[in-house]
Structure formats: structure tokens, C-alpha cells
Design a protein around this ligand. Structure first.
Ligand code: TXA
Ligand code: MG
Length: 343
């Protein structure tokens, strides 16, 4: 994925969208909570300098207070207002990938509230590229930014449309800004610069190869089992889960497994990306959905498909494992977590 593909900041927003943004700014400056589109997923935003408003985000999301939020800023030049002791390598990444789906974890500037950082000494910061998010951030008052997690309940699938937010949190937010479907569809890549070497805490919209091309060296990934020692909810094994049990299955065993489930009269949706032959006919227990075979399109559609299928009442979502290649890493990560509760 090229950074340029999300450099939408020059995109023009319509007059109606501008009016919506103005209304959102009024609500945010008065301490309200507004859901807004980003290129990755929709965020649940509050003025990062307003402790009460930020606390409301935790309440609405039903998220534990010690899990930190990302601070969304309008421009790279504001980074120093939120973070300090910023290493050159972090600046390099920010220059290359902002605005875009990259979050940097840095030592926090002292003015950043404990409510935002979950009491940690670090802060997550990013500049989103969605034109509505940027218009919103640029219109907030001087020195302000938006603290925002994904606009879903803790542990559930992130929203990639305004309708997803409306369905899950509509009754509790003051406003939802509609910016269409998110173009990346998976959350930002999180890189931590705390400690000796930079580390990827969450794979996302920027691939490892893209990060490494800027670093000129390889970068390590936090292992999934390290997560018990961190407070990164996106790294809890059971995150991003649909309510329907989801099982990942290797291509070779996929249809055999589908046969086994349907023979037990379990209503099963098989989700594939490859063009393997489908030996079984669709019937009242078996349905098949074909996903794109390139990671960018697959990532863009994944959450919307999971949201949709979760409404249907399947007993199982049986998902074909995705290719073992770094360009699929973020998708593989989300599918593994979504499948965590499934026996
Ligand atoms: O793409 C995204 O990153 C979206 C959009 C809305 O920007 N946001 C998002 O936020 O995914 P959330 O809260 O759902 O996930 C952010 C992750 C969490 O796992 C959080 O713990 C981690 O970032 N995080 C935030 N601040 C951190 C910090 N200081 N140290 C370690 N992890 C941090
Ligand atoms: Mg989230």
C-alpha cells in the first residue's frame, strides 16, 4: 500500500459535509462525543484536553479506564505538543506516512492527561488522512486534538461505515459524522518507540515492508503472547470478534470441515479468498462467500462482511486461512483474534 493512496487531505469536502463538521466542532468544544470517519475505521472522538469528555468515551465503549486512547492531531507539526523525546526514526516514519494509518507510541508530553494515556507515561499519536477527519481536527480550537478509539464496544468488530456506528452506539453518541466506507478498513499500524528498539504493537494499514523500507532495517513485531504484559487492548487475543463463532481453516481442509459442520446441521458460511474448487453445493446449511484475493481489498471489506454476516444467524463462519505473507499480516492478525473464542 502506498502512502500516497491515503493522502486525501487535499480532497474537497462538500458544503453539506462542512456544515456537519462545524456542528461536530461545536459539540466537541462543548464536551460532547462525536463519531467520525477515518481512513482506517470510524473513531469515537472527544476533546483530548477535556477529562470529563474523554471519560465518557470509556463509559460508552465499556472499555477499562487503564486502556489508553490514540490522540488524533491535524498535522505533524503538533506532535511535540503531545509527545517528547521523539527519536529521529519516529520522525522519519511520521514524515513518510502521515497523514495515514500509522500510530506512534512515544513518551508523553506532560500536558497529556492520565485519562487519555491510561495512566501510562507514553502516548499514541496519529494524523488520519480522511478529509472529514482532517477538516474536523483543523477546526478544533488551538492546542486541541481528538482522543479516539475505534467506535465500537470493547472487544467487538470496528465500524467501517456510519451505519455500523449507528447500530452499536447510535443512542449514546452526540453525533455521527458520515464519511462513507473507510478506504483502508483495518486499524492503523502501531509502532512503539518506547524501549531500545522500535516495535510493531499492532500490524495495520501500513505494512511491515513499508516500515522497513523507511527504516532501512528490519523491525520486530510484538508477539501475540506478549500481550498479557501490556495494556494494548487491540493485542488481547479475543479482540475484533463477531458474535457468531468464527473458525479459521487451512485451504486443504476447508470443504471437508464445512461438510462436517453441515452434516451436524450447523448453519455454516464458508469465506474464501482463493479460487479453489468448491466441491459442495449450497444448501440450507451451507453458504459460500468469496472475498478478494489481494490484501488491500480483502482488508477493506473484512469488517463490513463480518458485521453483515453477524446479523444472519449462522452457527459458524468458516474462514479460509489467508496467505502466509507479510502483506496479509494485519488481516491474519484480526482473523486470529476473531477466532479466539471458537473451539
Ligand atoms: O486506526 C486506528 O488506530 C483507529 C482510528 C479511529 O484511529 N483507532 C483505534 O483505536 O483503533 P483503539 O483504541 O481501538 O485501538 C488503539 C490501540 C489500543 O490497542 C490501545 O491500547 C493502543 O492503541 N494504544 C494507545 N495508546 C497507547 C500507548 N500509550 N501505549 C500502548 N498502546 C497504546
Ligand atoms: Mg478498537
Amino acid at each position: 500500500m502506498k502512502a500516497s493512496s491515503f493522502s486525501l487531505e487535499s480532497a474537497v469536502i462538500t458544503k453539506q459535509q462542512r456544515e456537519q463538521v462545524s456542528r461536530a466542532v461545536g459539540i466537541l468544544n462543548a464536551g460532547g462525543v462525536v463519531a467520525f470517519p477515518t481512513e482506517t475505521v470510524y473513531g469515537l472522538g472527544a476533546d483530548a484536553t477535556n477529562i470529563k469528555a474523554v471519560s465518557d468515551i470509556y463509559r460508552i465503549k465499556q472499555r477499562p479506564m487503564n486502556h489508553p486512547l490514540i490522540v488524533h492531531i491535524a498535522d505533524f507539526s503538533y506532535l511535540h505538543e503531545w509527545a517528547q523525546a521523539i527519536p529521529d526514526s519516529a520522525l522519519k516514519l511520521a514524515t513518510q506516512f502521515w497523514p495515514g494509518p500509522l500510530t506512534l507510541i512515544l513518551k508523553r508530553n506532560r500536558r497529556v492527561s492520565d485519562v487519555v494515556t491510561g495512566g501510562q507515561d507514553t502516548v499514541g499519536v496519529r494524523v488520519p488522512s480522511h478529509p472529514i477527519a482532517l477538516a474536523l481536527l483543523r477546526s478544533l480550537g488551538q492546542g486541541k486534538a481528538l482522543a479516539a478509539p475505534s467506535a465500537n464496544r470493547f472487544g467487538r468488530i470496528s465500524p467501517t461505515t456510519a451505519a455500523h456506528v449507528q447500530k452499536e452506539l447510535g443512542a449514546e453518541v452526540n453525533m455521527i459524522l458520515d464519511g462513507g466506507s473507510c478506504t483502508v478498513g483495518l486499524e492503523s499500524t502501531i509502532v512503539s518507540f518506547v524501549g531500545d528498539n522500535p516495535k510493531v504493537l499492532r500490524p495495520g494499514g501500513i505494512t511491515l515492508a513499508e516500515l522497513e523500507s523507511v527504516f532501512g532495517a528490519s523491525i520486530s513485531m510484538m508477539h501475540r503472547t506478549d500481550s498479557s504484559t501490556t495494556r494494548v487492548p487491540g493485542s488481547l487475543p479475543s479482540h475484533y470478534a463477531p458474535t457468531t463463532p468464527l473458525k479459521l481453516c487451512a485451504t486443504e481442509q476447508l470443504w471437508q470441515y464445512a461438510q462436517k459442520l453441515t452434516s451436524q446441521q450447523l448453519k455454516t458460511m464458508v469465506i474464501t479468498w482463493s479460487t479453489i474448487q468448491r466441491p459442495l453445493q449450497q444448501n440450507e446449511y451451507l453458504q459460500h462467500c468469496s472475498m478478494p484475493n489481494d490484501p488491500e481489498s480483502y482488508g477493506r471489506e473484512l469488517y463490513a462482511i463480518l458485521h453483515q454476516l453477524d446479523q444472519v444467524g449462522f452457527d459458524y463462519l468458516l474462514v479460509e486461512m489467508v496467505p502466509d505473507h507479510s502483506s496479509w499480516l494485519a488481516i491474519e492478525d484480526r482473523l486470529q483474534r476473531a477466532s479466539h473464542h471458537t473451539i
